[in-house]
Design a binder for this molecule. Sequence first.
Ligand SMILES: [Zn+2]
Length: 223
Amino acid sequence: MIFETLWQAGEPVHSGRVLAVEFLNDGKRHQAIWFNEADAGQGGYFDAEGKTLKKAFLKSPLQFSRITSGFAMRSHPISGMWKQHKGIDFAAPVGTPIRATGDGHIEFTGSHGGYGNMVVIQHSGSYSTAYAHMSHIASGIKRGARIAQGDVIGYVGTSGWSTGPHLHYEFRVNDAARDPNSIVVQQTQSLAGTALQQFHRQVADIKHRFRLLSAEVTQLAAR
Ligand SMILES: [Zn+2]
């Protein structure tokens, strides 16, 4: 692992960002390299070929929760009607922060019938995600606002047609709710052009450092 160390007056103060990691498992080499394209603002981790390691969508909008109702046929808890549940329900206590599962911008925020307090995020391509039954929406979440993956957009509640505190999460393609586990989302952008050239130079340096490190480890092991 290669990471930053921050120094002050000749003393290491604390460790900073992880710049590169190499992990050998079952003879397979896994690498992650931090890269921040010049004047791009936001960096990320990539493999040695320059393919982003960031997933387009998080698996869950809540950090700790359990799924109480998946995307399947069920008898509706309030109406008793047998119909498709067009989303995934995550049980969690009132006030649990809800995270945006992908980058995008806010398309809807407010109260919306049975959904209660809801936020809808429009992502790139034809994808959008909806988060319903919130106790309240996070401050600064306004229509048109830009959102990054992991940003807190609201808090779990039981507003609208809900029988108890939970998050109803919908993954939509062209505004139609779909089972997120059945959708293969195309990977987010890989590096190209001058950014890729810049990245390759950085990777060459990192690989050189890893070689030096493993030589050192081999020497220590031989002692
Ligand atoms: Zn639901």
